[in-house]
Design a protein around this ligand. Sequence first.
Ligand code: GLU
Ligand code: MG
Length: 420
Amino acid sequence: MSSAQTEGDGIRRLLVAHVDAAGVTRGRVIPAARIESVLENGVAASISGAALFTPGDAPVSALGLDPVIGDLRIRPDARRVADLGDGWAWTPGDLRWADDRPFSGCTRSALRRASTAAEIDVKIGFEIEFVVAGEASGSLAPAHKGPGYGQRPLVRNIDYLDDLITALEDADVPVLQVHAEHGDGQFEVSLAPRHPVDACDDLVLARAVIDLVTERYGLRAYFDPVPPIGADSNGMHVHLSASRDGRNVFSPTDDGMPQPEGAAIIAGILDLLPAATALLAGSEQSYKRLRPGRWSGAWNCWGRGNREAAVRYTPMTTDAGPAGANIEIKPGDATANPYLAVAALLVGLRAGLDRPTDPPAPVDVDPGRLSDDERSARGLRTLPTSLGDALAELSASGRLREGLGDDLVDLYLAVRTPAG
Ligand code: GLU
Ligand code: MG
């Protein structure tokens, strides 16, 4: 939608959003008279509020920058203006310096670079899990009591879900399906695979739409890795597909393994995952979710269809058969910055393609059911089990520092390291 179209479409308010390294989506609203200018030139933002806040909104110094001094410019992507209804529109923005020089702490730009550097056609599709709950008799009550994956939670919330899907469709979010997840009050919205930057934009937009519609029902959506009520955990699973000259590199060969390039990508991602965990699971709470037995992918292994493996290989999809084969990376949650999380996976993908090795043998059992001896014989380990350990692995990762840039890694460490 161009600015001319926004006028023609009666857009009165433009919400300009960006996700900071703390994983928080920040935003501002532009009134009608300024929309055209902001789409063209961007909008000013304080350096602290745009880039130097912790997840709890405390300003920190990083990259030699004083959070009290200086401004950035948020440059909206006019290509991605989405309709939120009632004259409101939404657009994602890149962070730049006030004088329009690139800002090394912009996570959306980092993902764009990582996508180009991947040199293979990658598509990303997110699964968004969230719990819907509302106040009832002074306490919080989930919007449904299951059954998990059931028809009943859908039918009992039919008006809400209908409005939600309509609002997502109006915003051009490519929804594949919505289902009631395992936990009380929990739903999942799955999004179609798209170019990595578009997929992350879709995710951030979808969360805004989910918030908008849910609040209209007097309810609240909780995306937290461990929500305050209902389900045990909410994930942000990432489906990754890759094709070379139109051929899916994850399509299974006769022995059920992916093509050589697909196998090399799996090896590269698995090798990098311990260091990338901090970027996928960015909060202390994340490590209460990222535990065996929660289908959150706490085991650093891969397996065909295996929901306990960090990397779940799906050799075919219902729509496309083997041509739809992909991998699902499960450890991520909504406290991540999605642009950085996907950029880290692409750094692993690139490393795998640069130095192709076979991945370890796929694990086709639940590692939690094996004995310690069996696990050590197979070399099965969990991903980091605390934010502190995960940040230490990230800090020491030359590969992520090279792939994402030292500045972004240092900014991430500064805003994510708990004070004290
Ligand atoms: N809710 C689980 C998680 O936190 C995932 C369940 C599923 O496999 O969909 O990741
Ligand atoms: Mg799910």
